[in-house]
Design a protein around this ligand. Structure first.
Ligand code: HMG
Length: 464
Protein backbone atom coordinates (compact mmCIF):
# COMPACT_ATOMS: atom_id res chain seq x y z
CA UNK A 1 0.00 0.00 0.00
CA UNK A 2 1.26 3.52 -0.82
CA UNK A 3 1.80 5.83 2.14
CA UNK A 4 3.48 9.18 2.36
CA UNK A 5 3.25 12.94 2.44
CA UNK A 6 0.11 14.40 0.91
CA UNK A 7 0.76 18.04 1.80
CA UNK A 8 3.11 20.18 3.85
CA UNK A 9 2.74 23.55 5.61
CA UNK A 10 5.13 25.70 7.57
CA UNK A 11 4.79 28.26 10.31
CA UNK A 12 7.75 30.59 10.79
CA UNK A 13 7.75 33.34 13.44
CA UNK A 14 7.75 36.84 11.93
CA UNK A 15 10.71 38.20 13.90
CA UNK A 16 14.29 37.68 12.77
CA UNK A 17 17.82 38.84 13.29
CA UNK A 18 20.03 39.65 10.40
CA UNK A 19 23.34 37.76 10.21
CA UNK A 20 25.32 40.93 9.42
CA UNK A 21 23.90 42.83 12.45
CA UNK A 22 24.50 39.81 14.65
CA UNK A 23 28.10 39.39 13.43
CA UNK A 24 28.84 43.06 14.04
CA UNK A 25 27.48 42.87 17.59
CA UNK A 26 29.56 39.78 18.40
CA UNK A 27 32.74 41.06 16.72
CA UNK A 28 32.60 38.38 14.02
CA UNK A 29 33.28 38.62 10.32
CA UNK A 30 29.80 38.65 8.68
CA UNK A 31 31.30 36.58 5.84
CA UNK A 32 31.82 33.74 8.32
CA UNK A 33 28.05 33.56 8.86
CA UNK A 34 26.95 34.29 5.32
CA UNK A 35 29.53 32.28 3.37
CA UNK A 36 31.14 30.04 6.01
CA UNK A 37 27.90 28.76 7.55
CA UNK A 38 25.33 29.87 4.97
CA UNK A 39 23.29 31.85 7.52
CA UNK A 40 21.64 35.10 6.33
CA UNK A 41 18.74 35.48 8.77
CA UNK A 42 17.61 33.63 11.89
CA UNK A 43 13.91 33.46 12.83
CA UNK A 44 13.27 34.34 16.48
CA UNK A 45 10.12 33.67 18.52
CA UNK A 46 8.15 36.50 20.06
CA UNK A 47 7.54 36.65 23.83
CA UNK A 48 4.05 35.17 23.34
CA UNK A 49 5.17 32.17 21.31
CA UNK A 50 6.47 28.75 22.30
CA UNK A 51 7.00 25.56 20.28
CA UNK A 52 3.43 24.40 20.97
CA UNK A 53 2.03 27.64 19.46
CA UNK A 54 4.23 27.23 16.39
CA UNK A 55 3.03 23.63 16.00
CA UNK A 56 -0.66 24.53 16.45
CA UNK A 57 -0.41 27.39 13.94
CA UNK A 58 1.14 25.04 11.36
CA UNK A 59 -1.58 22.40 11.99
CA UNK A 60 -4.38 24.94 11.62
CA UNK A 61 -2.91 26.12 8.34
CA UNK A 62 -2.75 22.68 6.76
CA UNK A 63 -6.22 21.74 7.99
CA UNK A 64 -7.79 24.95 6.66
CA UNK A 65 -5.92 24.69 3.37
CA UNK A 66 -7.17 21.11 2.81
CA UNK A 67 -10.62 21.79 4.28
CA UNK A 68 -10.09 18.97 6.77
CA UNK A 69 -12.22 18.52 9.84
CA UNK A 70 -10.89 16.91 13.06
CA UNK A 71 -12.85 13.75 12.10
CA UNK A 72 -10.47 13.33 9.13
CA UNK A 73 -7.45 13.12 11.43
CA UNK A 74 -6.66 9.80 13.13
CA UNK A 75 -3.27 10.65 14.61
CA UNK A 76 -1.49 13.80 15.61
CA UNK A 77 2.20 13.40 16.46
CA UNK A 78 4.43 16.20 17.68
CA UNK A 79 8.20 15.88 17.45
CA UNK A 80 10.26 18.41 19.34
CA UNK A 81 13.34 18.85 21.47
CA UNK A 82 12.11 22.18 22.86
CA UNK A 83 9.71 20.51 25.23
CA UNK A 84 8.75 22.43 28.39
CA UNK A 85 7.13 19.59 30.33
CA UNK A 86 8.64 16.25 31.37
CA UNK A 87 5.31 14.43 31.33
CA UNK A 88 2.51 16.24 29.51
CA UNK A 89 3.07 15.75 25.79
CA UNK A 90 3.13 18.76 23.50
CA UNK A 91 0.30 17.12 21.53
CA UNK A 92 -2.15 17.89 24.29
CA UNK A 93 -1.37 21.61 24.16
CA UNK A 94 -1.71 21.55 20.37
CA UNK A 95 -5.03 19.71 20.55
CA UNK A 96 -6.19 22.18 23.22
CA UNK A 97 -5.43 25.09 20.91
CA UNK A 98 -6.99 23.49 17.83
CA UNK A 99 -10.15 22.75 19.83
CA UNK A 100 -10.53 26.47 20.51
CA UNK A 101 -11.23 26.72 16.77
CA UNK A 102 -12.90 23.35 16.07
CA UNK A 103 -14.83 22.95 19.32
CA UNK A 104 -14.11 21.21 22.61
CA UNK A 105 -13.64 17.45 22.25
CA UNK A 106 -13.28 17.68 18.45
CA UNK A 107 -10.02 15.68 18.51
CA UNK A 108 -11.09 13.24 21.25
CA UNK A 109 -10.87 10.23 18.92
CA UNK A 110 -7.36 11.11 17.83
CA UNK A 111 -4.18 9.40 19.10
CA UNK A 112 -0.58 10.53 19.24
CA UNK A 113 2.52 11.12 21.31
CA UNK A 114 5.37 13.59 21.52
CA UNK A 115 8.55 12.02 20.17
CA UNK A 116 12.07 12.95 21.21
CA UNK A 117 15.50 12.18 19.78
CA UNK A 118 16.97 15.61 19.08
CA UNK A 119 16.54 16.54 15.41
CA UNK A 120 15.87 13.03 14.10
CA UNK A 121 12.66 12.37 16.07
CA UNK A 122 10.38 13.80 13.37
CA UNK A 123 11.74 11.22 10.95
CA UNK A 124 10.94 8.42 13.41
CA UNK A 125 7.42 9.89 13.78
CA UNK A 126 6.97 9.98 10.00
CA UNK A 127 8.16 6.38 9.72
CA UNK A 128 5.84 5.14 12.48
CA UNK A 129 2.83 6.92 11.02
CA UNK A 130 3.64 5.71 7.52
CA UNK A 131 3.63 2.17 8.90
CA UNK A 132 0.33 2.82 10.71
CA UNK A 133 -1.12 3.63 7.30
CA UNK A 134 0.61 0.71 5.56
CA UNK A 135 -0.69 -1.68 8.21
CA UNK A 136 -4.25 -0.69 7.26
CA UNK A 137 -4.93 0.77 10.70
CA UNK A 138 -5.78 4.28 9.54
CA UNK A 139 -9.30 3.46 8.27
CA UNK A 140 -9.12 6.19 5.68
CA UNK A 141 -8.02 8.86 8.14
CA UNK A 142 -4.95 11.06 7.83
CA UNK A 143 -2.04 11.47 10.22
CA UNK A 144 -0.56 14.84 11.07
CA UNK A 145 3.12 14.83 11.96
CA UNK A 146 4.26 18.23 13.17
CA UNK A 147 7.90 19.01 13.87
CA UNK A 148 8.39 22.17 15.89
CA UNK A 149 11.39 23.70 17.60
CA UNK A 150 13.16 26.75 18.87
CA UNK A 151 16.90 26.43 18.32
CA UNK A 152 18.33 28.59 21.08
CA UNK A 153 21.93 28.60 22.27
CA UNK A 154 23.75 30.47 25.04
CA UNK A 155 24.46 34.09 24.29
CA UNK A 156 28.05 34.54 23.14
CA UNK A 157 28.50 30.82 22.37
CA UNK A 158 29.54 29.61 18.92
CA UNK A 159 26.14 27.94 18.56
CA UNK A 160 24.41 31.32 18.81
CA UNK A 161 25.04 31.98 15.11
CA UNK A 162 23.07 28.83 14.21
CA UNK A 163 19.71 29.64 15.85
CA UNK A 164 16.22 29.67 14.33
CA UNK A 165 12.62 28.69 15.05
CA UNK A 166 9.59 27.28 13.29
CA UNK A 167 7.29 24.36 12.65
CA UNK A 168 6.61 22.14 9.66
CA UNK A 169 3.54 19.94 9.50
CA UNK A 170 3.07 17.02 7.14
CA UNK A 171 -0.24 15.44 6.25
CA UNK A 172 0.13 11.70 5.68
CA UNK A 173 -2.27 9.31 3.99
CA UNK A 174 -2.57 6.26 1.72
CA UNK A 175 -3.00 8.28 -1.46
CA UNK A 176 -0.36 10.98 -1.10
CA UNK A 177 -0.16 13.73 -3.70
CA UNK A 178 3.43 14.74 -2.90
CA UNK A 179 5.65 11.81 -1.96
CA UNK A 180 5.24 8.09 -1.43
CA UNK A 181 7.87 6.55 0.88
CA UNK A 182 9.88 3.60 -0.45
CA UNK A 183 9.05 0.52 1.67
CA UNK A 184 11.60 -1.69 3.44
CA UNK A 185 14.64 0.52 2.92
CA UNK A 186 14.49 2.95 5.86
CA UNK A 187 17.76 2.54 7.76
CA UNK A 188 19.07 3.83 11.05
CA UNK A 189 22.22 4.12 13.11
CA UNK A 190 22.39 4.87 16.82
CA UNK A 191 25.14 5.52 19.42
CA UNK A 192 25.30 6.88 22.97
CA UNK A 193 27.03 10.26 22.49
CA UNK A 194 27.30 13.70 24.11
CA UNK A 195 27.79 15.91 21.07
CA UNK A 196 24.78 18.09 21.93
CA UNK A 197 22.33 17.63 24.80
CA UNK A 198 20.07 19.65 27.08
CA UNK A 199 19.92 18.47 30.71
CA UNK A 200 16.65 18.80 32.68
CA UNK A 201 15.78 22.38 33.53
CA UNK A 202 18.34 23.95 31.20
CA UNK A 203 16.86 26.07 28.42
CA UNK A 204 19.89 25.89 26.11
CA UNK A 205 21.98 22.89 25.08
CA UNK A 206 25.54 21.96 25.97
CA UNK A 207 27.31 21.64 22.63
CA UNK A 208 30.62 20.31 21.37
CA UNK A 209 30.36 21.96 17.98
CA UNK A 210 33.15 20.44 15.89
CA UNK A 211 32.56 17.03 17.49
CA UNK A 212 28.87 17.28 16.54
CA UNK A 213 29.75 18.17 12.94
CA UNK A 214 31.93 15.10 12.50
CA UNK A 215 29.58 12.77 14.37
CA UNK A 216 26.70 13.88 12.11
CA UNK A 217 28.75 12.96 9.02
CA UNK A 218 29.72 9.55 10.40
CA UNK A 219 26.26 8.59 11.66
CA UNK A 220 24.55 9.57 8.41
CA UNK A 221 27.16 7.63 6.45
CA UNK A 222 26.48 4.52 8.57
CA UNK A 223 22.73 4.78 8.00
CA UNK A 224 23.38 5.43 4.29
CA UNK A 225 25.48 2.26 4.04
CA UNK A 226 22.61 0.28 5.59
CA UNK A 227 20.14 1.99 3.21
CA UNK A 228 22.31 1.04 0.24
CA UNK A 229 22.34 -2.63 1.27
CA UNK A 230 18.56 -2.66 1.67
CA UNK A 231 17.90 -0.77 -1.56
CA UNK A 232 19.98 -3.29 -3.51
CA UNK A 233 18.64 -6.35 -1.64
CA UNK A 234 14.98 -5.35 -2.15
CA UNK A 235 15.61 -4.57 -5.83
CA UNK A 236 14.53 -0.94 -5.36
CA UNK A 237 17.79 0.16 -6.96
CA UNK A 238 19.90 -1.84 -9.40
CA UNK A 239 23.47 -0.67 -9.64
CA UNK A 240 25.22 -0.97 -12.99
CA UNK A 241 28.99 -1.22 -13.04
CA UNK A 242 30.64 2.07 -12.05
CA UNK A 243 27.46 3.42 -10.47
CA UNK A 244 26.74 4.45 -6.90
CA UNK A 245 23.50 4.65 -5.01
CA UNK A 246 23.65 8.45 -5.32
CA UNK A 247 23.25 8.13 -9.09
CA UNK A 248 19.77 6.73 -8.36
CA UNK A 249 18.68 9.46 -5.97
CA UNK A 250 17.51 12.45 -8.01
CA UNK A 251 17.49 14.73 -4.95
CA UNK A 252 19.10 14.58 -1.56
CA UNK A 253 17.66 16.36 1.47
CA UNK A 254 19.83 16.51 4.57
CA UNK A 255 19.41 17.76 8.13
CA UNK A 256 20.38 21.43 8.09
CA UNK A 257 21.53 22.88 11.43
CA UNK A 258 22.91 25.61 9.14
CA UNK A 259 22.72 25.47 5.40
CA UNK A 260 26.41 24.76 4.75
CA UNK A 261 26.21 21.63 6.90
CA UNK A 262 24.21 20.20 3.99
CA UNK A 263 27.14 20.95 1.67
CA UNK A 264 29.60 19.35 4.10
CA UNK A 265 27.42 16.26 4.52
CA UNK A 266 26.88 15.83 0.79
CA UNK A 267 30.61 16.15 0.08
CA UNK A 268 31.39 13.54 2.77
CA UNK A 269 28.75 11.12 1.49
CA UNK A 270 29.75 11.55 -2.17
CA UNK A 271 33.46 11.05 -1.35
CA UNK A 272 32.59 7.90 0.58
CA UNK A 273 30.61 6.51 -2.38
CA UNK A 274 32.90 7.59 -5.20
CA UNK A 275 36.14 6.39 -3.58
CA UNK A 276 35.40 2.83 -4.76
CA UNK A 277 34.63 3.81 -8.36
CA UNK A 278 36.78 4.14 -11.48
CA UNK A 279 35.79 7.83 -11.71
CA UNK A 280 37.67 8.55 -8.45
CA UNK A 281 41.08 8.25 -10.21
CA UNK A 282 40.07 11.00 -12.64
CA UNK A 283 38.77 13.19 -9.80
CA UNK A 284 41.98 12.75 -7.77
CA UNK A 285 43.93 13.88 -10.85
CA UNK A 286 41.74 16.97 -11.11
CA UNK A 287 42.18 17.73 -7.38
CA UNK A 288 45.94 17.33 -7.69
CA UNK A 289 46.64 16.05 -4.14
CA UNK A 290 46.21 12.66 -2.48
CA UNK A 291 43.26 12.08 -0.16
CA UNK A 292 44.73 12.48 3.35
CA UNK A 293 44.60 9.63 5.89
CA UNK A 294 44.45 10.23 9.69
CA UNK A 295 47.58 9.20 11.66
CA UNK A 296 45.62 7.03 14.11
CA UNK A 297 44.26 4.01 12.18
CA UNK A 298 41.45 3.53 14.78
CA UNK A 299 39.97 6.78 13.44
CA UNK A 300 37.98 7.72 16.57
CA UNK A 301 36.33 11.13 16.41
CA UNK A 302 38.63 12.43 19.16
CA UNK A 303 41.76 11.19 17.40
CA UNK A 304 40.64 12.61 14.07
CA UNK A 305 39.79 16.02 15.56
CA UNK A 306 43.06 16.02 17.52
CA UNK A 307 45.12 15.27 14.39
CA UNK A 308 45.63 18.89 13.36
CA UNK A 309 47.76 18.06 10.35
CA UNK A 310 45.13 15.66 9.01
CA UNK A 311 42.30 18.11 9.71
CA UNK A 312 44.08 20.89 7.81
CA UNK A 313 44.89 18.65 4.85
CA UNK A 314 41.40 17.17 4.80
CA UNK A 315 39.91 20.65 4.85
CA UNK A 316 42.02 21.60 1.83
CA UNK A 317 41.16 18.34 0.06
CA UNK A 318 37.43 18.82 0.69
CA UNK A 319 37.61 22.36 -0.62
CA UNK A 320 39.30 21.23 -3.85
CA UNK A 321 36.93 18.28 -4.17
CA UNK A 322 33.86 20.50 -3.87
CA UNK A 323 35.24 22.67 -6.67
CA UNK A 324 35.46 19.75 -9.13
CA UNK A 325 33.05 19.76 -12.03
CA UNK A 326 31.68 16.31 -11.02
CA UNK A 327 30.87 17.36 -7.45
CA UNK A 328 29.44 20.73 -8.52
CA UNK A 329 27.06 18.95 -10.87
CA UNK A 330 25.76 16.73 -8.03
CA UNK A 331 25.54 19.66 -5.61
CA UNK A 332 23.65 21.95 -8.00
CA UNK A 333 21.26 19.32 -9.29
CA UNK A 334 20.52 17.37 -6.10
CA UNK A 335 20.99 19.60 -3.05
CA UNK A 336 21.32 23.36 -3.68
CA UNK A 337 17.58 24.20 -3.81
CA UNK A 338 16.98 22.58 -0.41
CA UNK A 339 19.36 25.05 1.25
CA UNK A 340 17.57 28.28 0.26
CA UNK A 341 14.96 28.31 3.05
CA UNK A 342 17.48 27.31 5.71
CA UNK A 343 19.70 30.32 5.01
CA UNK A 344 16.64 32.61 5.44
CA UNK A 345 15.32 31.01 8.62
CA UNK A 346 18.11 29.14 10.44
CA UNK A 347 18.08 25.89 12.40
CA UNK A 348 14.65 24.47 13.19
CA UNK A 349 16.08 21.29 14.76
CA UNK A 350 13.42 18.60 14.05
CA UNK A 351 11.87 20.72 11.30
CA UNK A 352 15.09 21.59 9.44
CA UNK A 353 15.15 18.55 7.18
CA UNK A 354 11.53 19.04 6.18
CA UNK A 355 11.90 22.76 5.58
CA UNK A 356 14.72 21.72 3.23
CA UNK A 357 12.40 19.23 1.49
CA UNK A 358 9.78 21.96 1.06
CA UNK A 359 12.45 24.36 -0.25
CA UNK A 360 13.78 21.81 -2.73
CA UNK A 361 10.31 21.11 -4.17
CA UNK A 362 9.51 24.80 -4.66
CA UNK A 363 12.80 25.91 -6.15
CA UNK A 364 13.32 22.87 -8.37
CA UNK A 365 9.79 23.25 -9.74
CA UNK A 366 10.52 26.92 -10.44
CA UNK A 367 13.41 25.81 -12.66
CA UNK A 368 10.78 24.17 -14.90
CA UNK A 369 11.77 20.61 -13.94
CA UNK A 370 9.05 17.95 -13.99
CA UNK A 371 9.40 16.33 -10.58
CA UNK A 372 7.04 13.41 -11.15
CA UNK A 373 8.74 10.09 -10.44
CA UNK A 374 11.88 11.69 -9.01
CA UNK A 375 13.38 9.75 -6.10
CA UNK A 376 14.31 11.84 -3.07
CA UNK A 377 16.81 10.54 -0.52
CA UNK A 378 16.65 11.88 3.03
CA UNK A 379 19.51 12.01 5.54
CA UNK A 380 18.18 12.80 9.00
CA UNK A 381 20.44 13.36 12.02
CA UNK A 382 19.75 13.87 15.70
CA UNK A 383 22.41 14.52 18.29
CA UNK A 384 22.88 12.10 21.08
CA UNK A 385 22.92 10.38 18.47
CA UNK A 386 20.97 8.70 15.71
CA UNK A 387 20.66 8.99 11.95
CA UNK A 388 17.98 7.78 9.57
CA UNK A 389 18.26 7.44 5.81
CA UNK A 390 15.19 6.74 3.69
CA UNK A 391 13.67 7.69 0.36
CA UNK A 392 10.45 8.37 -1.47
CA UNK A 393 9.12 9.08 -4.95
CA UNK A 394 7.35 12.27 -6.07
CA UNK A 395 3.76 11.44 -7.04
CA UNK A 396 1.82 12.32 -10.22
CA UNK A 397 -0.39 14.87 -8.43
CA UNK A 398 2.51 16.74 -6.86
CA UNK A 399 1.96 19.76 -9.09
CA UNK A 400 -1.40 20.53 -7.42
CA UNK A 401 0.58 21.34 -4.27
CA UNK A 402 3.95 22.55 -5.51
CA UNK A 403 2.68 25.04 -8.11
CA UNK A 404 1.22 27.15 -5.28
CA UNK A 405 4.30 27.08 -3.06
CA UNK A 406 5.76 30.49 -2.33
CA UNK A 407 8.16 30.54 0.56
CA UNK A 408 8.22 34.30 1.03
CA UNK A 409 4.43 34.51 0.98
CA UNK A 410 4.09 31.59 3.38
CA UNK A 411 6.54 33.17 5.84
CA UNK A 412 4.70 36.49 5.47
CA UNK A 413 5.98 39.97 6.34
CA UNK A 414 8.87 39.83 8.81
CA UNK A 415 10.22 42.35 11.28
CA UNK A 416 13.95 42.71 11.78
CA UNK A 417 14.94 42.90 15.45
CA UNK A 418 17.57 45.24 16.80
CA UNK A 419 20.28 43.44 18.75
CA UNK A 420 18.91 44.91 22.01
CA UNK A 421 15.42 43.60 21.26
CA UNK A 422 16.84 40.20 20.33
CA UNK A 423 18.86 40.00 23.55
CA UNK A 424 15.84 40.97 25.68
CA UNK A 425 13.84 38.18 24.04
CA UNK A 426 16.71 35.73 24.36
CA UNK A 427 17.09 36.42 28.07
CA UNK A 428 13.29 36.11 28.61
CA UNK A 429 13.04 39.70 29.84
CA UNK A 430 9.78 40.31 27.96
CA UNK A 431 6.49 38.87 29.20
CA UNK A 432 3.86 37.47 26.78
CA UNK A 433 1.59 40.50 27.31
CA UNK A 434 4.40 42.78 26.07
CA UNK A 435 5.12 40.81 22.88
CA UNK A 436 6.68 42.66 19.93
CA UNK A 437 3.94 41.70 17.48
CA UNK A 438 0.56 40.79 18.79
CA UNK A 439 -0.24 38.74 15.70
CA UNK A 440 -3.88 38.19 14.79
CA UNK A 441 -5.53 34.97 13.55
CA UNK A 442 -2.89 32.94 15.31
CA UNK A 443 -2.51 30.96 18.52
CA UNK A 444 -0.48 32.82 21.12
CA UNK A 445 0.69 32.11 24.64
CA UNK A 446 -1.06 34.23 27.25
CA UNK A 447 0.66 33.13 30.46
CA UNK A 448 2.39 30.37 32.35
CA UNK A 449 1.12 29.89 35.91
CA UNK A 450 3.55 30.18 38.81
CA UNK A 451 1.33 29.22 41.80
CA UNK A 452 2.42 25.98 43.52
CA UNK A 453 -0.66 23.89 42.68
CA UNK A 454 -0.84 24.98 39.03
CA UNK A 455 2.82 25.74 38.28
CA UNK A 456 3.66 25.36 34.60
CA UNK A 457 0.06 25.44 33.32
CA UNK A 458 -0.02 27.31 30.05
CA UNK A 459 -2.90 29.33 28.71
CA UNK A 460 -3.24 30.01 25.00
CA UNK A 461 -5.77 31.91 22.94
CA UNK A 462 -6.59 32.17 19.26
CA UNK A 463 -5.96 35.86 18.76
CA UNK A 464 -9.01 37.12 16.84
P1 HMG B 1 32.83 27.64 14.74
O1 HMG B 1 33.65 26.52 15.23
O2 HMG B 1 33.02 28.94 15.40
O3 HMG B 1 33.00 27.85 13.19
O4 HMG B 1 31.30 27.28 14.86
P2 HMG B 1 34.15 27.33 12.21
O5 HMG B 1 35.45 27.85 12.66
O6 HMG B 1 33.97 25.86 11.99
O7 HMG B 1 33.69 28.11 10.91
C1 HMG B 1 32.52 27.77 10.23
C2 HMG B 1 32.78 27.89 8.74
O8 HMG B 1 33.01 29.26 8.43
C3 HMG B 1 34.03 27.14 8.28
O9 HMG B 1 33.74 26.65 6.99
C4 HMG B 1 35.09 28.22 8.22
O10 HMG B 1 36.14 27.94 7.31
C5 HMG B 1 34.26 29.40 7.73
P3 HMG B 1 34.25 25.17 6.57
O11 HMG B 1 35.70 25.20 6.71
O12 HMG B 1 33.60 24.22 7.54
O13 HMG B 1 33.75 25.02 5.18
N1 HMG B 1 34.81 30.71 8.12
C6 HMG B 1 34.82 31.77 7.29
N2 HMG B 1 34.42 31.90 6.02
C7 HMG B 1 34.56 33.13 5.45
N3 HMG B 1 35.09 34.19 6.11
C8 HMG B 1 35.51 34.09 7.38
C9 HMG B 1 35.38 32.83 8.03
N4 HMG B 1 35.67 32.36 9.27
C10 HMG B 1 35.32 31.07 9.31
N5 HMG B 1 36.02 35.14 8.00
C11 HMG B 1 29.71 25.45 14.74
C12 HMG B 1 30.59 26.42 13.97
C13 HMG B 1 28.77 24.78 13.76
C14 HMG B 1 30.60 24.40 15.39
C15 HMG B 1 28.92 26.23 15.83
O14 HMG B 1 28.13 27.21 15.25
C16 HMG B 1 28.05 25.33 16.69
O15 HMG B 1 28.51 24.77 17.68
N6 HMG B 1 26.73 25.19 16.32
C17 HMG B 1 25.80 24.34 17.06
C18 HMG B 1 26.04 22.87 16.83
C19 HMG B 1 25.74 22.46 15.40
O16 HMG B 1 25.02 23.10 14.69
N7 HMG B 1 26.28 21.29 15.00
C20 HMG B 1 26.01 20.76 13.67
C21 HMG B 1 26.07 19.24 13.62
S1 HMG B 1 25.14 18.46 14.92
C22 HMG B 1 23.50 18.66 14.40
O17 HMG B 1 23.25 18.98 13.29
C23 HMG B 1 22.45 18.44 15.43
C24 HMG B 1 21.78 19.70 15.94
O18 HMG B 1 20.89 20.21 14.95
C25 HMG B 1 21.02 19.39 17.23
C26 HMG B 1 20.08 18.21 17.24
O19 HMG B 1 20.24 17.18 16.66
O20 HMG B 1 19.15 18.35 18.02
C27 HMG B 1 22.76 20.79 16.26
Amino acid sequence: MAAGIDDISIYIPSLYIDAADFAEARGLDPVKLQKGLGVSQMAIVDANQDPACLAANACLKIMQKNKLSPEDIGRLYVSTESSFDESKAMNSYVVGMLEQVYGQGAFEHCGGVETKFACVSGSYALYDNTNWIRAGESEGKHALVVVSDIAKYDMGSSGEMTQGAGAVVMLLNDNPRLLSFDPKVTSTSIKDEYDFYRPFGKETPIVHGQYSNLLYLIQVRKAADAYKKKAIATGLIKLESGETILDHLDYINLHLPYSNMGKKALAYWVRHEWRQLPRWKRILQEIGIDEPIPKDPRGTIESVLGDEEFMAKDHEFTKLFTQTHEYQEVYESKLASSLIASSMIGNLYTASLYLGFRSSLEFEYQKGIDLEGKRIGFGSYGSGSSAMVFSGVVQPEYEDIVKNMNLEMEIGPRRKLTLDEYEDLHENKITPDNSMLNKKKEFVLVDVKTETESRGERRYIFNE
